[in-house]
Design a protein around this ligand. Structure first.
Ligand SMILES: CC(C)(COP(=O)(O)OP(=O)(O)OC[C@H]1O[C@@H](n2cnc3c(N)ncnc32)[C@H](O)[C@@H]1OP(=O)(O)O)[C@@H](O)C(=O)NCCC(=O)NCCS
Length: 183
């Protein structure tokens, strides 16, 4: 468990499935990540069980984002280790409920996960992908120090339009300068 001021990051539980499912399958939420296939109760439960195996194997570390004030699960955040030699990982995040967005929860969850990645998992670089039509997510990542490294044009076809996929990354040395003044 990782404690922040507004959010707590904790492992997902099977009992979270019913709460997550309706938001997870909302078209609006699926469009942000280009997911096309809705989940069933069974497949989402399997996904949650899989997050435990992935964590044990140090492949992927997935947390639920809990809003401290209410104790409700409001989102998830994942660190997907892509290369154990170069110590590089990909990040993904989603706040399920639209009304819980734009309140700083995503920024805080990401701030906590960056510290976990660089200080606990000993990673050296993090990357993420975001559609160029998602200015809120881009603003959030940029604020935390991520750099734009390229755009894969017409990467996905969502809602009858082709979307460009922006790739961003952050190196440990950049994060350290920003957060501790260390080089
Ligand atoms: C992207 C996401 C994780 C961000 O978390 P959040 O809690 O909503 O974001 P925060 O409130 O912490 O920060 C959002 C920032 O974007 C800014 N922002 C919001 N809408 C914006 C817009 N249209 N254009 C530019 N900036 C915008 C806000 O002002 C804020 O910056 P500030 O703190 O400097 O004012 C969340 O909105 C989310 O899960 N969205 C749906 C799923 C998604 O997009 N996942 C990411 C896929 S790559």
């Amino acid at each position: 468990m990782i404690n922040g001021k507004m959010v707590i990051l904790r492992g997902l539980e099977i009992s979270d499935t019913s709460m997550i499912l309706p938001h997870w399958n909302k078209k609006e939420f699926m469009d942000y990540t280009g997911r096309t296939c809705p989940d069933t109760h069974e497949t989402l439960t399997e996904w949650i069980q899989n997050t435990w195996k992935e964590r044990r194997n140090n492949q992927k570390h997935t947390f639920g984002i809990v809003y401290r004030k209410t104790g409700f699960l409001v989102g998830y955040i994942s660190v997907n280790i892509k290369n154990h030699i170069s110590r590089r990982a990909g990040l993904s995040i989603g706040i399920f409920l639209p009304e819980m967005r734009d309140q700083g929860l995503g920024t805080e969850a990401l701030t906590l996960i960056l510290e976990y990645c660089f200080n606990t998992l000993n990673l050296l670089s993090l990357e993420l992908n975001v559609f160029t039509n998602n200015p809120r997510a881009i603003a959030c990542y940029t604020k935390l120090g991520f750099h734009k490294i390229g755009v894969r044009r017409k990467a996905d076809f969502v809602n009858d339009v082709f979307l460009d996929d922006l790739m961003m990354d952050l190196l440990i040395e950049e994060w350290k300068i920003e957060n501790t003044g260390e080089t």
